[in-house]
Design a protein around this ligand. Structure first.
Ligand SMILES: NC(=O)c1ccc[n+]([C@@H]2O[C@H](COP(=O)([O-])OP(=O)(O)OC[C@H]3O[C@@H](n4cnc5c(N)ncnc54)[C@H](O)[C@@H]3O)[C@@H](O)[C@H]2O)c1
Length: 260
């Protein structure tokens, strides 16, 4: 994945990205790699992280890439991850808190186990990573955090049995506001992105259904779905020094889908 132009210069700032191994996290990793950063790449998929590191080596110095296998929903794993990242780079300046899952089951049928699993990755995971990395940012009185919510935090996805997913994402929107308020005094800005349907492995099976694909495209005012690099560009914007007075905001990137 090559971004046509270098969008920002982060002056060797340390960026930690969760869910980095594929999809939106992978695209953001490439974009940050082209923007003069050091990267901490986090995922449960170690093979995926190794592949990504191999790709990024053409864009940046190998020693500026640190990969860590971590389950964002496991508090012990998350603590160890932050410790290791701090030991390696000394600080974390930007957090793209992005890992997430989906499981489409009607609310009447979903088991409590699956409900808890979804909450533990999509909400607890966002909280645990934000708290653990945020404590390091608080010590240094500086930081930028971008959480991945979804347009599904604002609407219920029609006919997709996404009730649990939508609930987790709405919570991420509120958590982003709450963190922004509590950490403003430490010079930490906390924002979120809310992507619309984006062509990644997460929605691959859904989009393979031609009827659903066509309906989603037709319902989108811009008449197409998003590419991961389009979401990544918004993440870099929120992480950049161009956004000095934005906090607690969730930026919807959906081709207009939720307008109507
Ligand atoms: N693709 C879309 O249409 C879309 C739309 C709105 C929001 N989102 C959100 O964007 C984020 C990224 O989604 P994507 O489409 O790139 O998905 P994806 O499935 O392609 O990638 C998600 C990555 O997160 C990792 N992951 C999953 N559980 C984890 C855990 N417990 N610990 C650490 N890593 C874990 C996976 O291994 C994977 O590499 C998610 O939060 C998702 O909910 C996606």
């Amino acid at each position: 994945m090559v971004f046509s132009e270098i969008m920002y210069n982060f002056n060797k700032g340390v960026v930690l990205i969760t869910g980095a191994a594929r999809g939106i996290g992978e695209a953001a990793s490439h974009a940050f790699a082209q923007s003069n950063t050091k990267l901490v790449l986090v995922d449960i998929d170690l093979e995926g992280l190794k592949n990504l590191k191999n790709q990024l080596i053409s864009k940046m110095d190998q020693k500026d890439i640190f990969i860590i296998k971590t389950d964002v929903s496991d508090p012990n794993d998350v603590e160890k991850m932050t410790e290791q990242a701090i030991k390696y780079f000394g600080e974390i300046n930007i957090l793209f808190n992005n890992a997430g899952i989906n499981n489409r089951i009607p609310l009447a049928d979903v088991s409590y186990e699956i409900w808890k699993k979804m909450m533990s990755v999509n909400l607890d995971g966002i909280f645990l990573i934000a708290q653990s990395v945020g404590r390091e940012m608080i010590k240094r009185r500086k930081g930028k955090i971008i959480n991945t919510a979804s347009m599904s935090g604002f609407i219920v996805n029609e006919n997709l049995n996404d009730g649990v997913y939508c609930t987790t994402k709405a919570a991420v929107v509120m958590l982003t506001k709450a963190l922004a308020v509590e950490w403003a005094e430490y010079n930490i800005q906390v924002n979120a992105i809310a992507p619309g349907y984006t062509e990644t492995p997460l929605v691959k099976r859904l989009l393979e259904n031609p009827k659903i694909h066509k309906e989603l495209v037709e319902r989108t005012p811009m008449h197409r779905l998003a590419e991961p690099h389009e979401i990544a560009k918004a993440v870099l914007y929120l992480a950049s020094s161009d956004t000095t007075y934005i906090t607690g905001h969730t930026l919807v990137i959906d081709g207009g889908y939720i307008i109507w």
